[in-house]
Design a protein around this ligand. Structure first.
Ligand SMILES: O=c1ccn([C@@H]2O[C@H](COP(=O)(O)OP(=O)(O)O[C@H]3O[C@H](CO)[C@@H](O)[C@H](O)[C@H]3O)[C@@H](O)[C@H]2O)c(=O)[nH]1
Ligand SMILES: [Mn+2]
Length: 729
C-alpha cells in the first residue's frame, strides 16, 4: 500500500455528555425505587376499598421501572463513525470487491412493479465500478409485470446510469429524482428533458400493460423468459423462474457510452402449497445461494423493494468499513438507518425514527440488523464464526469462486435455478445455522443477533445524506398491523432459545442483551399500559385514590419522575429536529401502539405458544390513494379499518366518561376533586383524553372517508358505559 492515503478508512468517536446523563438517570432510578417503596408500604388493608387496584398499580409500576431501566442500555455508549472515502480511493482506486445487491418484492398490487423498478435502477447506478455491481430481484409474487418492468429497466439503465454519472445526480431512483423540487435552471436541461421523456414513456408502457393485463406482444416475442408464465402460474404454486436480464460479463452488454453494465437477475423461487416458504427469510436465502453461483461477491447489500438508494456513495462508505486494515476483518455487517420519504411534517403517526436514528441506534455501540439497507459480509451471513484468522475481505475476494467469463449465460441459469427450488433447503442448515433464520417473522433481528453471537462486530452508519429511503404505512390501521407483526415476532424471539438473557449470557455484553430485550419486550409492556389507561380512571369515577395527596412528600417523588422523564424525552426529540407537536404525536402513538398492536401481538404469541395458530408476515402496503394523502397533509389521521380499533375506541370513551363524570361531581358536590388525593388521577385521565382527541374526532366529527368506521362510536360508547356502571357497583 506504500503509505498511500495514510490512516484508517474509518474512525469512531464516543459521544460526550455522559456524566450529566448518568446523574439524571441515577436520580430517576432513585425516584422509581421510592415509588415502589411508597406502593409497597401503603397497600390498603384487607377489606379497605381499592386494595386490588393498588396491588395492580404496584405491579404496573414495577414493570415500567424495569423497562425504563433496560432502555438505559440504548443511551449508554453512543458511538459515531466517520468514513474516509478519499483514502479508500487513494489506496484501492477502482480495484474494489464486487457487491451483490438483493431487492425483495412479494406482491405486485401493494408493491407496484414501477416502484420495484425504481429501486432497482437506483442501486444499479451506485457510484461504483459497474462490472462490480450485481443486482438480484426476488419476486415472491411471481408477477410477469414485475418481470416486464425489470426488462424495461434493463433497457432504460443503458441511458440512466451514464446520465447519473455524467451529471452526478442524486438520488438515483428516477421517479424520486424527477420529482425533486430543484430541477429548474440546470445546465443540462435538454439532457434532463430527454431522459425524463424516455422514463415517462416507459412508465406509461408498464402502467398500460398492468391496466390491460397485457404485456406488449413484441416484448413477449423478444424475451423467452415470458414462456415461464402460463395460465397455471400462481404466486403460491409455480416452478423456479430465473432469468439473467443483463450479464455483466458479457462484453457486448454496454450502456450508450460503451461502459459495461451491472448484472441484473430476476428470480422467483419455486413455491408449492405443501412446502413452507418462510416468507422473506426464504426469499433471501434463495438469493444467497443463487448469487453464489452467479457472482459470489463477498459483500451483500439487501433492500426492501420500496427502499431506494438515496445516496450513490453508500457502497463506497460500506467498503471503508470492510476494507479497513486494522478493524475491517471483524466487521460482520454495516447497517444504515431506515428512513422514509413519505412522513408528514408533524409526524402524525408518531414515528420515533429520528430519535431511534440519532440517539438509540448510535447509543447501542453495536447495531441490530434491521432487514433493509444493510451490507453483510457474505461469510458472516452464511453462519461462519468470527475467528482471529478471518482474513481481510480483499483476500477472500481474490480467492473466491469467480465464474468463467466465457461460460454461457443459459447454462448458468439452469444450474442456479435448482438452488431456488423449494425442496432445496429442507432438512439442511439453511434457516438454522446458514443464512437468514426461519420460523420468526422478525427474521432480521434474530439473524443479526446470531451473527453478533458468532463473534462479528456490527456497525451502525448514519451519514448526513440518508443512504436509503422507503415508504412507511399511510394509515393508522396499517401502522398498527406492522407493529403488531414486529412486537409478536420480537416477543416470540424473547421466549425462544434466542432469548437475549439466556442465549447471550456470558457470551455478549449485558448492555447488548438489555438493548435487544427492550425491543423484544414490547408485547408484554402492553399489559401495564392497559392497566394504567383503564384502572386509575375507573377508580377516579368511584372515588378511590391511587396516588399520594398533593401535600405529601411522596407526591414530589411522583412529580419528579413524571416531569423529568417527559422533559428529557421532549428535549431529546427537539434535539433530533422534531417539533413540539411531533413529540406530542409520538406520545399518542406510543399509547396506541401499546394498547393495540402490542396487546394483540401478545395475545397472538400466547396462542402460538399454546399451539393455536401460526404467525403470518402481513406485507405492509406501499401505496396510498390521493385523497388520503391530501387529508394527511392537512394533519388528519387516516384510520383505515382494523379490529384493533375496538379496544382503542372503548378505552378512549371510558376515559372521556370518567373525566366528564368527575368534572360534574366537582361542580355538583364541590370539593370532590379538591380532595387533593385525586389530583394526579384526574390529570392522568385528562391527559389520556387529550391524547385520544383524534379518536373522538374520527368517531363523531369527521365526515370524510378517512374517519373511523361508523359502528365504532356506538359500540365503544356502550362498552365503556357498561364498564363504568359495572365498576360503580
Ligand atoms: O413472503 C414475503 C414477505 C415479504 N417479503 C419482502 O420483505 C420486505 C419487507 O416487507 P414489508 O411488508 O415492507 O415489511 P416492513 O413492515 O417494512 O418490515 C420491516 O420489518 C421486517 C421484519 O418484520 C424486515 O424484514 C423489513 O426489512 C423491515 O423493513 C418487502 O420488500 C417484501 O416484499 C418477501 O420477499 N417475501
Ligand atoms: Mn417496508
Amino acid at each position: 500500500m506504500g503509505g498511500k492515503g495514510k490512516g484508517p478508512l474509518f474512525e469512531t468517536a464516543v459521544g460526550r455528555g455522559r456524566r450529566w446523563y448518568t446523574l439524571y438517570a441515577i436520580s430517576v432510578l432513585i425516584g422509581l425505587c421510592l415509588i415502589w417503596l411508597y406502593r409497597a408500604t401503603n397497600i390498603p388493608e384487607v377489606g379497605e376499598k381499592g386494595r386490588w387496584a393498588w396491588m395492580g398499580m404496584l405491579a404496573a409500576e414495577i414493570c415500567f421501572g424495569f423497562y425504563w431501566f433496560i432502555t438505559q442500555s440504548l443511551r449508554w455508549h453512543p458511538v459515531y463513525h466517520q468514513t474516509f472515502k478519499n483514502r479508500l480511493f487513494q489506496r484501492h482506486g477502482n480495484d474494489l470487491p464486487p457487491v451483490d445487491i438483493f431487492v425483495c418484492t412479494a406482491d405486485p398490487t401493494i408493491e407496484p412493479p414501477i416502484m420495484v423498478m425504481n429501486t432497482v435502477l437506483s442501486v444499479m447506478a451506485y457510484d461504483y465500478p459497474e462490472e462490480k455491481i450485481n443486482v438480484y430481484v426476488s419476486d415472491d409474487g411471481a408477477s410477469k409485470f414485475t418481470f416486464y418492468a425489470l426488462l424495461e429497466a434493463a433497457d432504460f439503465a443503458k441511458h440512466w446510469i451514464p446520465f447519473c454519472k455524467r451529471f452526478n445526480v442524486e438520488p438515483r431512483s428516477p421517479s424520486a429524482y424527477f420529482s425533486s423540487p430543484d430541477l429548474n435552471g440546470l445546465s443540462y436541461a435538454s439532457e434532463l428533458n430527454c431522459i425524463k421523456e424516455m422514463y415517462n414513456m416507459m412508465e406509461d408502457r408498464i402502467k398500460n400493460a398492468i391496466e390491460f393485463d397485457h404485456v406488449p406482444s413484441n416484448t413477449i416475442k423478444q424475451h423467452k423468459g415470458f414462456s415461464e408464465w402460463n395460465s397455471q402460474t400462481a404466486p403460491g404454486n409455480h416452478q423456479s423462474i430465473l432469468q439473467i436480464l443483463i450479464d455483466g460479463r458479457d462484453q457486448s452488454a454496454t450502456d450508450v457510452e460503451g461502459n459495461m453494465l451491472p448484472t441484473l437477475v430476476y428470480l422467483s423461487r419455486e413455491k408449492r402449497p405443501q412446502y413452507l416458504h418462510n416468507f422473506k427469510a426464504g426469499a433471501l436465502n434463495a438469493l444467497i445461494r443463487v448469487s453464489s453461483e452467479i457472482s459470489n461477491s463477498p459483500v451483500i447489500l439487501n433492500v426492501d423493494c420500496d427502499m431506494y438508494s438515496n445516496s450513490s456513495e453508500s457502497v463506497r462508505n460500506a467498503m471503508c468499513f470492510f476494507l479497513d486494515e486494522e478493524r475491517g476483518h471483524q466487521i460482520g455487517y454495516v447497517q444504515f438507518p431506515q428512513n422514509f420519504n413519505n412522513l408528514d411534517k408533524d409526524n402524525i403517526y408518531g414515528d420515533y425514527i429520528s430519535v431511534i436514528d440519532e440517539v438509540e441506534l448510535p447509543g447501542l455501540g453495536d447495531c441490530m440488523y434491521l432487514g433493509t439497507g444493510c451490507f453483510h459480509r457474505r461469510e458472516s451471513l452464511c453462519g461462519r464464526k468470527y475467528s482471529k484468522d478471518c482474513r481481510m475481505l480483499t483476500y477472500m475476494w481474490s480467492q473466491g469462486k469467480m465464474r468463467d467469463a466465457g461460460e454461457n449465460t443459459r447454462i448458468i441459469e439452469e444450474r442456479a435455478k435448482g438452488l431456488a427450488n423449494c425442496t432445496y433447503d429442507q432438512n439442511t442448515g439453511w434457516g438454522k445455522d446458514i443464512g437468514i433464520k426461519y420460523g420468526c417473522i422478525v427474521e432480521d433481528v434474530v439473524t443479526g443477533w446470531s451473527i453478533q453471537m458468532n463473534g462479528w462486530k456490527s456497525i451502525y452508519f448514519n451519514p448526513q445524506r440518508k443512504g436509503f429511503l422507503g415508504i412507511s404505512p399511510t394509515t393508522l390501521a396499517q401502522l398498527l398491523v406492522q407493529h403488531k407483526r414486529w412486537s409478536e415476532g420480537l416477543f416470540q424471539t424473547f421466549l425462544s432459545k434466542y432469548c437475549p438473557f439466556l442465549y447471550g449470557y456470558g457470551k455478549i455484553e449485558l448492555r447488548l442483551q438489555m438493548a435487544y430485550a427492550t425491543y423484544m419486550l414490547w408485547a408484554p409492556m402492553s399489559l401495564p399500559t392497559l392497566y394504567y389507561a383503564i384502572v386509575p380512571s375507573l377508580c377516579l369515577l368511584k372515588g378511590i385514590p391511587l396516588f399520594p395527596r398533593v401535600s405529601s412528600t411522596w407526591f414530589l417523588v411522583f412529580a419528579y419522575v413524571i416531569i423529568s422523564t417527559h422533559i428529557y424525552s421532549l428535549g431529546e426529540a427537539l434535539c433530533c429536529g422534531e417539533s413540539l407537536g411531533s413529540w406530542w404525536n409520538m406520545q399518542r402513538m406510543r399509547l396506541m401502539r401499546r394498547i393495540c398492536s402490542y396487546f394483540f401481538g401478545l395475545i397472538d404469541t400466547m396462542m402460538q405458544t399454546l399451539g393455536l395458530g401460526r404467525s403470518n408476515f402481513d406485507i405492509s402496503a406501499k401505496v396510498a390513494d390521493h385523497e388520503a394523502l391530501e387529508r394527511l397533509e392537512k394533519g388528519f389521521m387516516e384510520f383505515g379499518s382494523s379490529p384493533m380499533f375496538s379496544i382503542l375506541a372503548a378505552i378512549a370513551m371510558l376515559n372521556l366518561f370518567s373525566l366528564v363524570a368527575s368534572v360534574i361531581m366537582v361542580v355538583v358536590r364541590q370539593g370532590f376533586i379538591v380532595r387533593e388525593q385525586m389530583v394526579l388521577q384526574f390529570l392522568l385521565c385528562g391527559v389520556l383524553v387529550l391524547l385520544n382527541l383524534p379518536i373522538y374526532e374520527g368517531m363523531f366529527l369527521r365526515k370524510d372517508n378517512g374517519k373511523l368506521p361508523a359502528y365504532l362510536a356506538f359500540e365503544s360508547s356502550v362498552v365503556a358505559a357498561l364498564v363504568c356502571l359495572f365498576s360503580l357497583y
